[in-house]
Design a protein around this ligand. Structure first.
Ligand code: GTP
Ligand code: MG
Length: 240
């Protein structure tokens, strides 16, 4: 059983610095070690903002976020971020090889580890079709990759570090259902707490629980069945 990666949002509110609009209001929930939580909600509801608070890309305006019972502000940024594999909504690749982009953030990654992570992220086959395979240059001065390919390289970059917490922001949106299914299956072998933002109910249903947010507030958290019974918004999303 996984023992690490317990996440608590304790009455968290958030306003972007220099603005007045409340983006998250009094958000409260916990995620258990090893649990897979899907986060759904309409565009602009605050999903990405909520994610950004965990590795402290921004700090909560009020309230506290704890990882393994310790406030995130108690960790050094380096230690905090080392334990989190965060795949942003629009991942960036830097100018360098595919292998370097996957290994980024992990010291002394071996070729074997790079290939293993790429296979799990379902991007190995596409890499093998590039002219120079893992040595192909990507980023600004390199080959053009599709949005979905960049997402999967970014997922491989997160997986190779074997993070305590894995966070995917809509990272499977560009994938066909079969590839997405293989990816979610491969991710099950990693002993981490997983948070994944998704637009698709079919993806959310594969999680242990679903967090539904609307206008910066947590409307419901529970299994698909529980939300069907407790949330009219969830019912509407499912039937729409
Ligand atoms: P989608 O990715 O479109 O599904 O939306 P989301 O649920 O991820 O919403 P997000 O957290 O990006 O945005 C929530 C609110 O915060 C919206 O009103 C955004 O306009 C606002 N917002 C997002 N990013 C920023 C930012 O960098 N600065 C400011 N000032 N506002 C932001
Ligand atoms: Mg977003």
């Amino acid at each position: 059983r996984v023992k690490q990666g317990f996440i608590t949002f304790d009455h968290v509110s958030f306003i972007y610095p220099g603005t007045t609009k409340s983006v998250l209001s009094n958000v409260r929930f916990s995620v258990n070690p090893g649990e897979r939580l899907a986060v759904i909600g309409s565009t602009g509801s605050g999903k990405t903002s909520l994610f950004q608070l965990i590795p402290r890309l921004y700090d909560a305006t009020e309230g506290e976020i704890r990882i393994d019972h310790r406030p995130t502000t108690d960790y050094t940024l380096d230690n905090l971020r080392r334990s989190i594999g965060y795949v942003p909504q629009s991942p960036l690749l830097f100018t360098g090889t595919v292998a370097e982009n996957i290994a980024w953030g992990k010291e002394h990654a071996s070729t074997k580890e790079i290939i293993h992570a790429a296979k799990d992220a379902q991007i190995h086959d596409a890499i093998m079709e590039l002219d120079n395979q893992y040595q192909t240059k990507v980023g600004q001065k390199g080959v053009n990759l599709s949005g979905g390919q960049k997402q999967r390289i970014s997922i491989a970059r997160a997986l190779i570090r074997n993070p305590k917490i894995l966070m995917l922001d809509d990272s499977t949106s560009a994938l066909d259902l079969t590839t997405e299914s293989k990816l979610l299956h491969a991710m099950e072998s990693y002993e981490c707490t997983t948070l994944l933002i998704t637009q698709k109910i079919s993806t959310a249903m594969r999680a242990d629980r679903i967090l539904l947010i609307d206008e910066g507030k947590v409307l419901a958290i529970g299994t698909h069945e529980e939300l069907l019974h407790s949330s009219s918004l969830y019912q509407r999303i499912v039937t729409s």
